[in-house]
Each structure stands twice: as structure tokens, then as C-alpha cells.
Design a protein around this ligand. Structure first.
Ligand code: TEU
Length: 528
């Protein structure tokens, strides 16, 4: 494959390790479980795995509260298991991206235990301590962002739950310790990082009050101008980038908290992060014009920021796309948006189970684990729904574990699982595999210019991908009715279809309900 750069031309697959595959029978997925499923992932055609945290954690925020950044929680395995996973992945051409949570640590992290002990210890200022609550700052998951610590006799700041104290990034020793975390994993062969809420590392030095505004929850009733986006972040990103650049083809993608155009421009591009997420696409309604708007915006913004765009429909914090868009167990709509994701000019991110159209589980109040769900149920049921066990087959617990899993498998697992879908040519999984394979062999799909076709009915999404010697037309009928699509004049041949064959010689075609159709034509020069 010509000029294939893994994070730009490949597909990145996010794994929530505790829910992927359990090999040691503790009801939690583990690193050996990922290694055991690498052949499945290689067959699916993914190029990199982004692993959500597997570090030691007391689970106040299910791994995003870390008590040691440079080890593996014994429930998930060991560093030796990690090395095996890296080696076995690399052997299959699959890269490894780690989730780096550097803004905060667990309150059980030795740094915090030392810092809270008294006001004079060597790490006394590694966190943000105050005698009194200094301002109106709120925590994301509910309640004040300042909690009183009896042992130390002071308040500490936490953007998330109180078990996740924020580090004082202004302290050079903290900064150095965190850069050493990067180096530790790079030396172990890691290919890249996803930076968790990186733009909240620096808070206002004077700890000023945020201005207030209208919003539903207390956190949303503030303009977050003082608790996030401190100006010092730029130099941290530059330092991280220079460390990454000491190694070949390394990569960092940032989860920008409250992303805006200005922030994307500020934190990404040459000398800073390689990529950013833009969640407008993820939050789009099931309407072509809404998706177009999100895509157009991201196309323009990523060009201005000089980064390659990526597209995400799903992650461990949001309801799954099948839950948001599909009707019941029907995969028609799920296929439409999967086809869109895999034919974009931008790196597609997949979240485990998306390829088989997994739906969110629903839990009773007493079963909820996630902190925001516990706090805000029933208005916000938390994020457990999208974190249920991967559905491998129809055996007990969806083949995920021989033990009762930490969250129940979705009741649809007897029908909706990997094994069943591998045997069914018309399944969501086969559909996804075919489109991934097509994308990988087709440079125009990966890199070609994206040109929306405007003259189409509002329920049909149609766009061109324009390469050096090929033009591809993608037609997605969002409607459950037949729709007519006017084609640009050319002798189109079918590049991908589940139900058509042959060439298309007319200027107009009737799309079947919820049809996905890719046509292609060779061109001698661009824009011919
Ligand atoms: O998420 C930050 C973030 O934006 C979310 O907390 C978001 O506000 C929430 O999911 C909406 O329900 C990152 C991680 O992705 C998330 O899992 C962690 O809980 C959080 O940081 C703290 O590390």
C-alpha cells in the first residue's frame, strides 16, 4: 500500500479493556483477553487499538482514577501481559494507543497520600490545596470541586469526583513526573496516546470565580474560563510532541474538554498534537444535512489547524450509535452511518462492539455504577449503558466470561454476537468488514477530496470522493422509502452494494429504502 501512515490512513479501534474479554475468570476483561482476540481484530482490519485505562485503580471512575500510571492493575494482568500484547499486536501490524489520564490521579495514588499527610511534606504542593473554598468552581459529575480533607486540614480541588484530585501542573516536579510516564510507555513500545481532558491541566493562578450563565446542572451554569485552558498548556503540548518525535511515527490525539474552534487551533498542528476529536459529528441527529454541517465544519477547521480530521460515532462516555439511531434490532440505519464513517476523508474511530451493532444495556437504579448516573438518575443514567461486555457468542455471558460479568451482557446477545454475524453474509459485522477492506485498498476513499452533492433530496446523503485517478460517489438513503438520486454524468460502476450488480448507465437511479451504494469511475485528471 502506497504511503500508508497508520494513524491517518488506518482505522483506530477503542477497547474498554474491562469489557472486552475475560481470560482469568474474574468477571472483568483483561490484557490477555485482548491478545486472545487479536486475530479477530486483524481480520476486521483495524490498524490500531486505543486501550482505555488498565492501570491500577480503585474504580471510583472505572480506571480514570489511576493509582499508578506505570503499572497494570492485577485484575487486568501484569506488565508482562502488556509486553505480550504489544509484541503480538505489532506482529500483526496493529499499533497500540494508550489512554493517558494526566490531569488527575486517584486519591489512593502515593503522591496524594503523601501530599494529604500534612502541609510540609515534599509533595505538599503537588495538588491544589486551599485553607478555605476560594471560588465557585463545580465538579463535572456534581457537587463542589473543593473537598475538605480532615487529615491535612485543608480543601483540595477536583474537576471530577472527589476521589480524583487534580495535580498542580505548575510544579516542575509534577510536570517532569508526567513526562516520565510518556517516556515509560514509549520505551515499552507504545505507538501513541489519547490524552484525557488535557486542556484542563492548568487552572487560573488566582483561582478566580467563573462567570455564571444559564444551564441545567451547576457545572453547566458557568462559563469555564478560569478552571480550564490555562495558557501554560501550549508549552506542555510542545514538550510532549518533542518527546513523541524522538520515536518514529508516534501519535497523540487530544480529548479537548469543551472543544471550540479557537481551542482546536491553539492545541493542534505542527509541534503540538497530531489530532483532535470533534464531537459535533457524534452528536448529529439522523439527518443528512446535520451530518453535512458537522463534516463541513470539521473539514474547514482541520484544514485551518493543519491536522488530518478523524470521525467518531461512539466511545465509553456516550450512548452507542445503534442506541441513538437504530429502530429496535434493525441494523438498516446502523449500516448507513457505519458506511458514512468508513467513507469519510478522516481517520475512522470504532468503539468495541460497534461493528456488530451493539446496543446500550439499561440498568435499574440499584445496578448503576457510574458516578454521574448515581448522582443524577433518572435525568442522567450514567455511562454504564455503553460499557457492557463484548458479545462474542451465544454462550453464557455472551462468551465474554465464565463468571458473572461486572456489568450484564445485553439481553440480545443470543442473536447479536460475533459468531452469529460471522456466519451471516448480510450481518452488520460482514458489512463493516467489507467496507474496511475496501477503504484499506482504496486510496481515494482514504484521502480523496470530500465534495458534498447538494442537489439531492433531503433524506439522501450523497457525496463524492475525488482521488487522482478515480471518482467515488457515496449514496446513503437515510429514509425507509425509495428515493431518486440524480447522478453526475459518467459511466459509473458499482464499487460497493449489498444488493445490486453491474454498471449504472442512467442519469438517475432509484435508491432502495436505507440503501448504501458506492459507485466509482476512473478519471484522467482531477475534477474531470
Ligand atoms: O471525559 C471527560 C468528559 O468530557 C466527560 O467527563 C463527559 O463530561 C462525561 O462523560 C459526560 O457524561 C474523560 C473520560 O473520557 C471520562 O471517561 C472520564 O470520566 C473523565 O475524563 C475523567 O477522567
Amino acid at each position: 500500500m502506497q504511503d500508508f501512515l497508520w494513524w491517518r490512513d488506518g482505522i483506530i479501534y477503542q477497547i474498554y479493556p474491562r469489557s472486552f474479554y475475560d481470560t482469568n475468570g474474574n468477571g472483568l476483561g483483561d490484557l490477555a483477553g485482548i491478545t486472545a482476540r487479536l486475530d479477530y481484530l486483524a481480520d476486521l482490519g483495524v490498524d490500531a487499538l486505543w486501550l482505555s485505562p488498565f492501570y491500577p485503580t480503585p474504580d471510583a471512575d472505572f480506571g480514570y482514577d489511576i493509582s499508578d500510571h506505570v503499572d497494570v492493575d492485577t485484575r487486568f494482568g501484569s506488565l508482562a501481559d502488556f509486553d505480550t500484547l504489544v509484541e503480538a499486536s505489532h506482529r500483526r501490524g496493529i499499533r497500540i494507543v494508550l489512554d493517558l489520564v494526566l490531569n488527575h490521579v486517584s486519591d489512593q495514588h502515593p503522591w496524594f497520600i503523601e501530599s494529604r499527610a500534612n502541609q510540609t511534606n515534599p509533595k505538599h504542593d503537588w495538588f491544589i490545596w486551599q485553607d478555605q473554598i476560594p471560588n465557585n468552581w463545580e465538579s463535572v459529575f456534581g457537587g463542589k470541586a473543593w473537598t475538605y480533607d480532615e487529615e491535612r486540614g485543608q480543601y483540595y480541588y477536583h474537576m471530577f469526583v472527589k476521589e480524583q484530585p487534580d495535580l498542580n501542573w505548575r510544579k516542575p516536579e509534577v510536570r517532569k513526573a508526567q513526562m516520565d510516564v510518556l517516556r515509560f510507555w514509549l520505551e515499552r513500545g507504545v505507538d501513541g496516546f489519547r490524552l484525557d481532558v488535557y486542556n484542563v491541566y492548568f487552572k487560573d493562578e488566582k483561582l478566580r470565580n467563573n462567570p455564571t450563565k444559564w444551564g441545567r446542572r451547576a457545572f453547566e451554569r458557568q462559563d469555564h474560563i478560569y478552571d480550564i485552558d490555562g495558557p501554560e498548556m501550549g508549552s506542555v503540548l510542545e514538550e510532549m510532541r518533542s518527546i513523541l518525535d524522538e520515536y518514529p511515527e508516534r501519535y497523540a490525539v487530544g480529548e479537548t474538554f469543551f472543544a471550540t474552534r479557537e481551542k482546536i487551533l491553539k492545541y493542534n498542528g505542527a509541534g503540538k498534537l497530531h489530532a483532535a476529536f470533534d464531537f459535533r459529528f457524534l452528536w448529529s441527529k439522523y439527518k443528512p444535512e446535520k451530518f453535512f454541517k458537522a463534516i463541513q465544519n470539521w473539514e474547514n477547521l482541520s484544514a485551518d489547524a493543519d491536522i488530518y480530521p478523524n470521525y467518531v460515532l461512539s466511545n465509553h462516555d456516550v450512548p452507542r450509535p445503534a442506541t441513538r439511531y437504530a429502530k429496535g434490532e434493525d441494523d438498516a440505519r446502523t449500516k448507513i452511518i457505519m458506511a458514512m464513517l468508513l467513507t469519510m476523508r478522516g481517520t475512522p474511530f470504532l468503539y468495541y462492539g460497534e461493528e456488530i451493532g451493539m446496543r446500550d444495556i439499561s440498568l435499574k437504579r440499584s445496578e448503576i455504577m457510574d458516578p454521574p448516573g448515581k448522582k443524577y438518575w433518572p435525568f442522567n443514567k450514567g455511562r454504564d449503558g455503553c460499557r457492557s461486555p463484548m458479545q462474542w457468542d451465544s454462550s453464557d455471558n455472551a462468551g465474554f466470561s465464565v463468571e458473572k460479568p461486572w456489568l450484564p451482557a445485553h439481553p440480545n446477545f443470543k442473536e447479536r454476537n460475533v459468531a452469529a454475524q460471522l456466519d451471516d453474509e448480510s450481518s452488520m459485522l460482514q458489512f463493516t468488514r467489507k467496507l474496511i477492506a475496501l477503504r484499506k485498498e482504496n486510496q481515494t476513499l482514504r484521502r480523496g477530496e470530500f465534495i458534498p452533492l447538494k442537489d439531492t433530496a433531503s433524506e439522501v446523503m450523497a457525496y463524492l470522493r475525488l482521488g487522482d485517478d478515480e471518482k467515488i460517489l457515496v449514496a446513503l438513503n437515510f429514509s425507509k422509502k425509495k428515493k431518486t438520486l440524480t447522478l453526475p454524468k459518467a459511466s459509473w460502476s458499482i464499487l460497493f452494494s449489498e444488493n445490486r450488480e453491474g454498471d449504472i448507465n442512467q442519469d438517475e437511479i432509484i435508491l432502495f429504502p436505507n440503501e448504501v451504494l458506492l459507485l466509482s469511475v476512473k478519471v484522467t485528471q482531477k475534477r474531470s
